[in-house]
Ligand binder design. Structure first.
Ligand code: 5GP
Ligand code: MG
Ligand code: MG
Length: 183
């Protein structure tokens, strides 16, 4: 689905599909260089990270094993609750493994800082974070992020996996949702 098809649901396109793809290729080269000895296990956070995961994994020039977790932090609304609950856990044992968490967006950072600690406590050799988007001015906790696609302003965005009430995930671009849609 393209931004044009969505008419006045969106106020502005922040990053086009082409921009996302070329930035992702740069990030993949960095990741390949950093994990030259052993490829990490990619851990995607459902559902938002499906597009980043699919594109990143195919861009990487090593065997990219994937696993998934689902955690809740937002519900159907637009504000972080700060409460993190595991809805679906990993299938893999990550003891002594290098883990790379793949995320769509870091807003308050609450979800990711919790998740990173959770995976570290399982005995992973290393846990790093890769996110397509980050809102630096919305951070409530410090999170060490190894790979960031784009820093964006504090706006509610949709597309490239990001939803509002489960819609807009299949929008190719990342765009700001018009306030009239959710108010
Ligand atoms: P955090 O815990 O960092 O505040 O937010 C984590 C999750 O909230 C993200 O993985 C994402 O699912 C959701 N989220 C945060 N900001 C946005 C946004 O601008 N748009 C959408 N659609 N989801 C967001
Ligand atoms: Mg997410
Ligand atoms: Mg959501």
């Amino acid at each position: 689905m393209d931004a044009k098809q969505l008419g006045d649901d969106l106020t502005v396109v922040l990053h086009t599909e082409a921009e996302l793809n070329s930035r992702l290729a740069e990030m993949a080269r960095e990741i390949e260089a950093d994990y030259r000895d052993e490829p990490p296990l990619l851990v995607g956070v459902l559902k938002g990270a499906v597009m980043v995961m699919a594109d990143l994994a195919r861009e990487l020039r090593f065997h990219a094993q994937m696993d998934w977790m689902a955690v809740s932090s937002y519900g159907a609304g637009t504000k972080s609750s700060g409460v993190v609950k595991i809805l679906k856990d990993l299938d893999s044992d990550i003891t002594d493994r290098d883990v790379l968490i793949v995320e769509d967006i870091i807003d308050s950072g609450l979800t990711l800082s919790w998740l990173k600690e959770n995976l570290e406590s399982r005995g992973a050799k290393s846990v790093r974070i890769c996110t397509m988007l980050r809102k630096p001015e919305a951070l409530k906790v410090e999170v060490d992020v190894a790979y960031v696609g784009f820093d964006i302003p504090v706006e509610f965005v949709v597309g490239y996996g990001l939803d509002y009430a489960e819609n807009y995930r299949n929008l190719r671009d990342v765009a700001v949702l018009a306030p009239h849609v959710y108010s």
